[in-house]
Design a protein around this ligand. Structure first.
Ligand code: FAD
Length: 420
């Protein structure tokens, strides 16, 4: 992977006014801005950090490919030669449940990528810049006045500047800029969990078709572990559990990481000789929700809306889906066409979110693993589950999308009965 430099806009040209101001240059921000620029609107992205910057969230879902293509960003990503991902392998003791994106209920992409996010996000940002979207790095939004002409206060080396827009898209991810500033933050429906993760070398990867899979491994004491292989030989490894899981171990973060891993035979076998590329990092309490996904002159997209849980790698898919949807609706609104934001944006996005929520709740309740590892699964059921896990969560002909919570409960009961 050849290193890239950011194509940054000249801060001396910071605009006083644009049609659409976008907060954050993650996947949601760059995708929304690229689409709006292509439709002829003046846009600017204000990004707090210097790129490349680290962010977690490295395994994409097949649905991302449609969305990157729609935003004109797919070819730039292809050129980075990331590891092609064709599915996911769920592992519990000696059991294996292989999800192959080629075997789906909903027609769609059969593959995607495992992406080191610093490089992936910079690739998207540079492509958006190349297409004409100015990105102002190290420009942090600190205040907002919503309304017919929303105004952002932006802090940079040049001091405080004001950016007026006809519409603001908040793609600030974990920064949650407008939810914090406008009091839209709400607690998640999910309990607090903690993640400890690192990049490692020395992973003994399975050979053949299973090499490209994300592994999602159930740890014997209630945690789960992701293993995400990259094309440069590095593997991303992370634990997710209730915070009390980590209290069983003592020592440095690295010692805790190794001790927790030693208890799981599957990851231990792959990572016995691992070396850390950086000391393990910790995130907790990342699940979040909002009271509204839009308001006068603004729309929230990506992680600035609701973030559920990492287990099914839905974050970037939902970020891109919401960004592209918001861009299309913003385009219409700016043209003076009526937009029913509740129906066309919030309700649409929540359909996908609720499908993943049912799967996430089912994962932690034990119902979804019953379905996954069941010996009684038939081909149709497996394809329906695979399409959800590939990110095709808007196809209402899939019963897991139409009535997600009910379907997960129902099928778990049936397979439990059949498996005996
Ligand atoms: C432990 C864990 C594991 C995960 N694993 C996966 C996975 O495997 N696959 C997956 O798809 N998702 C995963 N996710 C979710 C993923 O991280 C997010 O869903 C994704 O990054 C959201 O993209 P985004 O564009 O909304 O925000 P981000 O990628 O977070 O980008 C937001 C940008 O906004 C900028 N910003 C913040 N505040 C300001 C400000 N005040 N002014 C200007 N700019 C600002 C930030 O610097 C950042 O660059 C995981 C999450 C967690 C917690």
């Amino acid at each position: 992977m050849t290193p890239q430099s950011p194509l940054a806009a000249d801060p001396r040209n910071f605009p006083a006014r644009v049609d659409v101001a976008v907060i954050g240059a993650g996947p949601a921000g760059t995708s929304a801005a690229a689409l709006l620029h292509a439709r002829g609107w003046s846009t600017a992205i204000v990004e707090a950090e210097a790129f490349p910057r680290f962010v977690i969230g490295e395994s994409l879902l097949a649905r991302c490919m449609d969305l990157l293509d729609e935003a004109g960003l797919l070819e730039a990503v292809k050129a980075r030669n990331y590891l092609v991902k064709r599915g996911a392998l769920f592992v519990r003791g000696n059991e294996r449940a292989d999800i192959d994106f080629a075997e789906q209920f909903t027609p769609g992409w059969t593959w995607t990528w495992q992406v080191p996010r610093a490089d992936f996000d910079l690739t998207l940002a540079n492509e958006a810049s190349r297409q004409g979207v100015p990105i102002y790095y190290q420009h942090r939004v600190t205040a907002v006045t919503p309304g017919a002409e929303p105004t952002l206060t932006v802090e940079s080396k040049a001091g405080n500047q004001t950016l007026r827009a006809r519409h603001v898209i908040d793609a600030s991810g974990y920064g949650r800029v407008l939810p914090r500033l406008l009091g839209l933050d709400r607690p998640s429906s999910l309990i607090e969990r903690k993640s400890v993760f690192a990049h490692v070398r020395g992973d003994i990867r399975p050979q053949g078709t299973l090499e490209n899979r994300i592994w999602i491994v159930m740890h014997p004491r209630g945690a789960w572990i992701w293993l995400i292989p990259f094309s440069n030989g590095v593997t991303s490894v992370g634990f997710v559990a209730e915070p009390s899981f980590f209290d069983h171990f003592t020592g440095t973060d690295e010692e805790i990481f190794r001790a927790a891993m030693a208890e799981d035979p599957n990851t231990r076998a792959r990572l016995a000789d691992m070396e850390f590329c950086f000391p393990p990092r910790t995130l907790r309490g990342y699940s979040a929700a909002v009271s509204a996904m839009h308001g006068p002159g603004y729309t929230l997209v990506g992680n600035a809306t609701e973030f559920l849980d990492p287990v099914f790698s839905s974050g970037v898919t939902l970020a891109l889906e919401s960004a592209n949807r918001a861009a299309g609706l913003t385009d219409r609104a700016l043209r003076g066409e009526p937009v029913d934001w509740d129906a066309e944006y919030t309700a649409y996005m929540m359909r996908g979110v609720e499908t993943f929520r049912a799967f996430v709740l089912g994962w932690y309740s034990g119902e979804f693993p019953k379905i996954l590892f069941s010996a009684s699964q038939n081909d149709l059921l497996r394809r329906q589950v695979t399409s959800v896990l590939a990110g095709y969560v808007w196809d209402e002909s899939n019963p897991f999308v139409r009535q997600p919570a009910r379907r997960v409960r129902q099928v778990a009961r049936i397979v439990k009965h059949l498996d005996g």
